[in-house]
Write a protein that binds this ligand. Sequence first.
Ligand SMILES: NC(=O)c1ccc[n+]([C@@H]2O[C@H](COP(=O)([O-])OP(=O)(O)OC[C@H]3O[C@@H](n4cnc5c(N)ncnc54)[C@H](OP(=O)(O)O)[C@@H]3O)[C@@H](O)[C@H]2O)c1
Length: 248
Amino acid sequence: MAQRVALITGGGKRIGAATASLLMEHGWFVLIHVRNSVVEAQQILEDFEQKNGSKAPAEILQADLNLDEDITSLLQVVSGHEMVEKSGGLHALIHNASIYSSQDYDSVSLETLRLNTRLHIEVPFVLTQGLLPQLRSANGCVIGMIDTSLGLAWKGLSHYTSSKAGLRQLMMNLAGDLAPEIRVNCVAPGAIIAADWESEHFASVVEKVPLGRAGETIDVAKAVMFLLESTYISGQIINVDGGWSVSP
Ligand SMILES: NC(=O)c1ccc[n+]([C@@H]2O[C@H](COP(=O)([O-])OP(=O)(O)OC[C@H]3O[C@@H](n4cnc5c(N)ncnc54)[C@H](OP(=O)(O)O)[C@@H]3O)[C@@H](O)[C@H]2O)c1
């Protein structure tokens, strides 16, 4: 069987890096997209090489997804990539790149809202659309990294949660539009790793998690891997949250 190929956005560190590493360990060739985290992404490759004694099956692709010209060149590079051509297309597209900040609703600027909707809705829409021929020919799987905010009122996060809701609905819609060739699913992490600004808030959230601890990046990566391997699952959301979303 030809080597399977994945593109993960924002794959240089944290959850994206864990996912890229797990895919490589399972024999995938991974196109690791980054904006700034080139050094961190190179470290993923070095770690693989040290552990396995062979060249990492990956390539780092840099693009600022806020820039239309960067998106255009990313699409060109991926669609014409020799591994994508050799392997019969793109087997996985993981929309992981994200921004996350907290701000009172009263003061959220239109610019902040647009940055969130751009990265969480517009970019996944355009990247998926731009890579349809490659996804179709490989019977690929698209995964949206959302979160567990569905149906709840999160203080100071309206700009973030509303845009993740858009991503969730986009993925659910595409599960219908792109069937039967392409499967589309979501992974919804709970409290996995805190952003720099939220360590106190994060600790208070973890206290409410039924499994009694924060998740690890590998927990999320394993859910992504499960969905990639599960060829009869489409239009589903897996919460990776230690039971948080069902706790009263
Ligand atoms: N961490 C959690 O506990 C948690 C909880 C719920 C949901 N999630 C979701 O799970 C996914 C991974 O979480 P995370 O915390 O690991 O993500 P993250 O660190 O917040 O962001 C992932 C990557 O997004 C990239 N990015 C941001 N703006 C970009 C832009 N304009 N162009 C291109 N790339 C850009 C960054 O790449 P560079 O570093 O290369 O600039 C960053 O490393 C996200 O979708 C997040 O919303 C995470």
